[in-house]
Write a protein that binds this ligand. Structure first.
Ligand code: PLP
Length: 405
């Protein structure tokens, strides 16, 4: 009799590759299979909550397909898209030329290209805690190490700049700044941004500025970090996913600051970009349409988000045992529940899912400590739906916290 062959092994470094925002969906599917409706507050996708892609962007993609732009695009992206990004960044204070822009499959691919170009196995990259989990995931894939710097909920989730400076070692290769921030909803004042840039500049480290929420601060667009120091070694990343409401198109860009210190990094990024051929071609045609065309949806989107942020802050701060820092940008909040000893954020989030069908993501998926009780909420649903959801969270939390341990 033939014995069945052993399972084929996967690369051990993938043990550290985690992406809680999507991993947790497997649990939600089980809850759905048991007959309960799930409300997905785990993914920051405005399109699934009824925020519609501006029609002129759709028309631009449609036109591109009809006009026969269905072949491979240049690996750095089509010129009109790169020109539009350069013009946009220059207009916002980051002097930019199209040859320093690369069109990518979303911010995600830009980040992956930059980290792959910069970091070897065993190297370190400073990343915020909590972080958007793509950073830890990509670093795991490369075999490098994310070193967390604190962002402090007692100070509006601002980075602890002194700690950032102390964490730089000879193995550090880059500093990541996510501003405005996912998962906390914070946006950073100019003095904090300047202090972070100074650290990067002093140590000759590239600062990777994740600016995908740059248009979504409730008070209006935030200038790119590089506008504060155009000659500092800063790479800026963004996309059409959030403020332009087209996350499924995978259309984004990275832009390397004008300093020649970044020339080799940019060349390495372009070399890597050649290897993956191009980002989706027709969607690249929407970039110029988005950045140079009608943006009247943006103030409406910001107002809608501000209203939802207020509903969210009021609701969570009104629940015994929960507190939250009011977000000032994007569509995320990071409430904290005071957990009894021995209970984790994942226990709470899975309990909430199974009891109510409400799906959030546990904070440890973003790098907070499991016992600290953080969880992330995406507040893109309508204010009335959010109000119902938060009432159910309040009921569940009262029961959860009154259970004997
Ligand atoms: C901070 C941050 N960076 C990058 C991304 C990825 O965005 P994209 O769809 O442009 O790849 C996200 C998506 O949620 C994000 O929150």
């Amino acid at each position: 009799m033939r014995t069945s062959p052993a399972a084929i092994p996967v690369a051990p470094r993938l043990r550290d590759f985690k992406y809680a925002i999507r991993n947790i969906v497997a649990e939600a599917r089980k809850v759905e299979a048991a007959g309960r409706r799930v409300r997905y507050l785990n993914i920051g996708d405005p399109a699934i909550f009824g925020f519609q892609t501006p029609p002129h962007m759709i028309a631009a993609v449609e036109r591109a397909m009809r006009d026969g732009h269905n072949g491979y695009a240049p690996s750095v992206g089509i010129l009109p898209a790169r020109e539009a990004v350069a013009q946009e960044l220059t207009g916002r204070g980051m002097p930019m030329s199209p040859d320093r822009v690369v069109v990518t499959s979303g911010t995600s691919e830009g980040i992956e290209l930059a980290l792959t170009a910069l970091v070897d196995g065993g190297d370190e990259v400073l990343i915020p805690a909590p972080t958007y989990p793509l950073y830890t995931a990509v670093l795991a894939k490369i075999g490098a190490r994310g070193v967390f710097y604190r962002t402090d909920p007692a100070h509006g989730w601002l980075p602890d700049v002194e700690q950032v400076a102390k964490l730089v070692t000879p193995s550090t290769r880059a500093i990541v700044v996510i501003d405005p921030n996912n998962p906390t909803g914070a946006s950073y004042p100019a003095d904090v941004r300047r202090a972070l840039i100074d650290i990067a500049d002093r140590h000759n480290l590239p600062l990777l500025a994740d600016e995908v929420y740059g248009d979504l601060a409730y008070t209006g667009p935030v200038p790119p970090m590089a506008s504060l120091a155009p000659d500092a070694p800063i790479l800026s990343f963004s996309s059409l996913s959030k403020a332009y409401l087209a996350p499924g198109w995978r259309a984004g860009w990275l832009a390397a600051g004008r300093t020649d210190r970044l020339d080799d990094v940019l060349a390495a990024i372009k070399k890597l970009a050649d290897g993956r051929l191009c980002s989706p071609g027709p969607m690249q045609h929407a970039i110029a349409a988005a950045l140079t065309g009608d943006r009247s949806h943006e103030p409406r989107l910001r107002d809608a988000l501000r209203e939802r942020a207020e509903v969210t802050t009021r609701a969570f701060n009104g629940i015994d045992g929960i507190s939250v820092v009011a977000p000032s940008a994007a569509f995320y909040a990071m409430p904290k529940v005071s957990l009894p000893p021995g209970v984790t954020d994942e226990d709470y989030v899975l309990g909430l899912l199974r009891a109510t069908g409400i799906l959030c993501v546990y904070g440890s998926g973003f790098g907070t400590e499991p016992q600290d009780g953080y969880f992330r909420v995406v507040f893109l649903a309508s204010p009335s739906e959010l109000t119902d959801i938060y009432a159910a969270v309040a009921d569940f939390t009262r029961d959860f916290l009154s259970r004997p341990v």
